[in-house]
Ligand binder design. Structure first.
Ligand code: NAD
Length: 381
């Protein structure tokens, strides 16, 4: 399905926003420390990591948190490694990047193929070198070593807030809204559960091996139980089997890509039947598909807004680590909701004022804030 690279998509989105803003081409990153996830996946490339880092830069600026963007990646299939191999590889990788990371410098977090255990090993490797505990060097770590309440589900919770806000804006009911989610990992699985709790009907879900569909609704708990036994949601008896390609073209109200980049292209965007797309994954829509969705009047809540809940609570985690003072889960969720809802309104207003898509508006907002920081700091020496 994939046609262009994530880096081409990121550059094209930046061009769209820069044109609209008459941006000075000399602008570069001026906010920091930098922040981004570490990805373990067989298809990782330098270009992909650069694209993901660029999106992180705009994303942090869109939600107004004081970080620049970063990203890391290892070309590996983590599921093929034993726990011992995964730990040794992680600690070796962490050793290689020790000069780059640190609470004031660059703060990794989980992404595709990495999790809180991987973050714990990185934190321990860094702390061992420093000679004392440095929880603020990574986020998305277990609560036992300085993680934040609510971080595990933060990205999914942000996606839920964005879905509810979009349904409301378009005058659509939340109750029984038909939702399809691609990906059943940290983000996709959490999104399925949270939207089901809100009364939405989850009609389609997939993972890397394939998907299931039931127009009457799927049980998130049943999916979890099946996945725990079978290692995949494929074969779940509560629905009919569909491929990932078919899943993206199912009849639904809300379609949420929550797996990998490049899922919507010029080849399939015409066949998407969803009323709304909310991008939980990074870079799921290629620029040609974006134009098709805009022409067809399908609103797309862009990744740099829709999935910003994760980095927002990562920011909360870092703040808590630096202060060694921890907040309750309700406090975390409430602060997250306020930031996400305000960011949604900021992006929506700009998109309406300038007659541009939500993606171009979000990119303009993010790039504009980075440009302002750049201009305010000035150039030295
Ligand atoms: P994860 O590894 O926990 O889960 C990924 C899911 O996608 C799994 O169910 C996997 O089977 C499925 N998948 C993988 N390749 C697929 C393919 N080719 N087709 C269909 N399904 C496929 O990863 P995650 O942390 O949930 O991340 C998912 C997406 O969300 C990524 O794009 C990531 O960059 C983005 N994201 C994650 C976070 C976070 O906090 N974890 C924050 C922001 C954005």
């Amino acid at each position: 399905m994939k046609t262009g690279s994530a880096w081409d998509s990121a550059l094209s989105q930046l061009d769209d926003a820069a044109r609209e803003m008459n941006l000075d081409p000399g602008v570069h990153v001026a906010r920091g420390p930098s922040k981004g996830g570490i990805r373990y996946h067989p298809a990782v490339t330098l270009e992909e990591v650069k694209a993901l880092a660029m999106w992180m830069t705009w994303k942090c600026a869109v939600v107004g948190i004081p970080f620049g963007g970063a990203k890391g990646g290892v070309v590996v299939e983590p599921r093929a490694l034993s726990p011992g191999e995964l730990q040794r590889m992680t600690r070796r990788y962490a050793s290689e990047i020790l000069p780059l990371i640190g609470p004031e410098r660059d703060i990794p977090a989980p992404d595709l193929g990495t999790n809180e255990q991987v973050m714990a090993w990185i934190m321990d490797t860094y702390s061992t070198r420093e000679g004392y505990s440095v929880p603020g060097v990574v986020t998305g770590k277990p609560i036992a070593i300085g993680g934040s309440a609510g971080r595990n589900q933060a990205t999914a919770r942000g996606v839920m807030y964005m879905t509810l806000a979009t349904l409301k804006h378009h005058g659509m009911a939340v109750e029984d809204a038909r939702v399809v989610v691609q990906g059943f990992g940290n983000v996709g699985g959490g999104t399925v559960e949270l939207l089901h709790e809100q009364g939405c009907k989850i009609v389609g879900v997939s993972d890397v091996k394939g998907g299931v569909y039931n127009p009457e609704g799927l049980s998130p708990e049943g999916l979890r139980q099946h996945e725990a036994q079978a290692g995949t949601i494929v074969g779940f008896e509560g629905g009919d089997e569909v491929t990932n390609d078919e899943l993206l073209e199912l009849e639904c109200d809300v379609l949420i890509p929550a797996a990998i980049e490049g899922q919507f292209t010029h080849a399939n965007a015409d066949r998407v039947k969803a009323s709304i797309i909310v991008e939980a994954a990074n870079g799921p829509t290629e620029p040609e598909a974006d134009h098709i969705f805009a022409d067809r009047g399908i609103p797309v809540v862009p990744d740099i807004l829709a999935n910003a809940g994760g980095v927002t609570v990562s920011y909360f985690e870092w703040v808590q680590d630096l202060q060694a003072y921890y907040w309750s889960e309700d406090e975390v969720n409430d602060r997250l909701r306020k930031i996400m809802e305000q960011s949604y309104v900021d992006v929506l207003r700009l998109s309406e004022d300038r007659h541009v898509t939500m993606r171009t508006a979000a990119t303009m907002l993010g790039v504009g804030r980075v440009a302002e920081a750049h201009a305010t700091r000035g150039l030295y020496p």
